[in-house]
Design a protein around this ligand. Structure first.
Ligand code: AMP
Ligand code: ZN
Length: 496
């Protein structure tokens, strides 16, 4: 019996059986990037993790509506309630319209996601596209007595909320500690209490991103957009809400309070938080100055990089750890990942080209067939255990051993039978390409050039022009491709 899918729920701290509210439909909301700069590799880790979750749910047959927003207003410097808007600040610095900044970095984000072969979400709403809905929610919270106006800004009243609800239930923070840890009100502050957070901020004179509201010109607070867009596209309660661990507090705690405060119901059944990509044990972050951009990895142009790494190598490196563990950047691990990725892709090429054939006199060996079926089950077991890609990859390597022994005849197809062979082929191929989202990364092949070169190679061999044969071999080797003379003809593989 296969284990059903379980998800580590940050809300309860437990691994819970996944039972969608309205199966087979699944609603999933992931906090998207703030588009004021290029995404760094840490951001990519989080989005790749959710891409795999999205892919696996679809692989299991769920109809997933995946909403991932673009934060294009309201995210202030230092994630605080004071200070400049990250996008507004960049626009001023570069002397551009804020929407030019938004356009530029949204396109960059899409390009990077494409390079990592992450699927686009079903809906990608923007915060600025939902100002009216955000104003409506502020009005609801005011009506419900959970918000107050102060000098043209509106704040969420945490202590009032706390009377009937639990602020801190997601992050585990204690309100008493939050109160004592935050600085004293200096008398200038608009908030009644420091734990309160902004729902709507009055635009000061220099603030360029502003909209009319019942409280004057202003802009929405950062946490409000996700509550509003999640509700609009997925309903008042939906299945999965995710983001990086650093969003748990205050962003998601505030989202939760806003939803409960406005609708009197918990917004999310399963909260998923991905862990951080670190550099020498420290969170990769732009402000710490230890981040690198995907393109720096692809060119090797960074002090910390020994060499360049391809997108699929980097993706494979990320998937070799579970999303809930921290992952420390290392050149050695990336080099090992490159080898591993190529091995798997070579296995994929082998199995894709094999069709089942029977062989006279060869009987099914139940033991070997059983082992292979077990390995296929293990891939599902691992993914069903809170999307454990690290374990899944281990099982795929065990399947790979079997696959690699087919061309050498150490494993005969007739020994495992057609059903098991088809299952092995389907599992191996679909886990690598559909679930993990790994793809061939070979410019030569995609251009059809490899086929042309192989035909020249064949002709040179037939003509016994060994100088040419060696030349073609060597040049392909430089491109990371090795030619293999097989009984069945000439094939190629990635150099491992
Ligand atoms: P931001 O653009 O800063 O809003 O971040 C986008 C996403 O990347 C959020 O879900 C963050 O939690 C996540 N994130 C930021 N830094 C890292 C990191 N070093 N490792 C993994 N995820 C990160
Ligand atoms: Zn969010």
């Amino acid at each position: 019996m296969l284990n059903p899918l379980r998800i580590q729920n940050s809300l309860t701290g437990k691994k819970e059986l996944f039972e969608p509210i309205n199966a087979p439909f699944v609603g999933m909301y992931v906090c998207g990037p703030t588009v004021y700069s290029d995404v760094h590799l840490g951001n990519v880790r989080t989005f790749v993790s959710f891409d795999v979750i999205y892919r696996y749910l679809m692989h299991l047959g769920y109809k997933v509506r995946y909403v991932r927003n673009i934060t294009d207003v309201g995210h202030l410097i230092d994630d605080a309630d004071e200070g400049e808007d990250k996008i507004g600040k960049k626009a001023k610095l570069e002397n551009l319209e804020p929407m030019e900044i938004v356009q530029k970095y949204t396109e960059d984000f899409h390009r990077v996601m494409d390079q990592f072969n992450a699927l686009p979400p079903s809906i990608e709403p923007t915060a600025t596209g939902h100002i009216l809905e955000q104003i409506e929610m502020v009005e609801t919270l005011l009506e419900n007595g959970l918000a107050y106006e102060s000098n043209g800004s509106i704040y969420f009243n945490v202590k009032e909320y706390q009377k009937n609800h639990h602020y801190g239930k997601l992050s585990g923070r204690k309100i008493e500690e939050l109160i004592s840890n935050t600085r004293e009100l200096d008398g200038q502050d608009e908030k009644s209490d420091n734990v309160d957070f902004a729902l709507w901020k009055k635009a000061s004179d220099g603030h360029i991103m502003r909209w009319p509201s019942p409280w004057g010109m202003g802009f929405p607070g950062w946490h409000l957009e996700c509550t509003v867009m999640g509700t609009k596209y997925l309903g008042k309660t939906f299945d999965i809400h995710g983001g990086g661990m650093d969003l748990k507090f205050p962003h998601h705690e505030c989202e939760l309070a806003q939803s409960v405060g406005a609708h009197e119901q918990d917004p999310v059944k399963y909260w998923i938080h991905t862990n951080m990509l670190t550099v020498n044990g420290q969170k990769m972050s732009k402000s710490l100055g230890n981040s690198f951009l995907p393109r720096q990895l692809f060119t090797g142009d960074h002090d910390l990089l020994d060499r360049a790494y391809s997108p699929m190598t980097v993706k494979f490196f990320m998937l070799q750890s579970h999303y809930a563990s921290t992952l420390d950047f290392s050149n050695d691990a990336l080099q090992a990942a490159q080898k591993g990725y190529k091995k798997l892709m070579n296995g994929l090429r082998i199995i894709k080209n094999i069709e089942y054939t029977t062989e006279k006199g060869v009987e099914i060996n139940e033991k070997i067939a059983g082992q292979i079926n077990q390995l296929c089950d293990n891939c599902y077991r691992a993914m069903n255990d809170d999307f454990n890609t690290a374990l899944t990859i281990g099982h795929l390597f065990n399947l790979l051993k079997k696959i690699n022994s087919i061309p050498t005849q150490n494993l005969k197809l007739a020994e495992i039978g057609e059903e098991t062979f088809n299952r092995m082929k389907a599992t191996f191929c679909s886990f690598i390409t559909d679930v993990l989202g790994l793809k061939e990364e070979n410019n030569l092949n995609s251009e059809g050039l490899l086929e042309v070169l192989i035909s020249f190679y064949k002709k040179a061999k037939e003509a016994k022009d060994y100088e040419k044969v060696d030349e073609i071999r060597n040049q392909l080797k430089e491109q990371g491709v090795v030619l293999k003379d097989m009984k069945t003809g000439i094939d190629w593989a990635y150099e491992e």
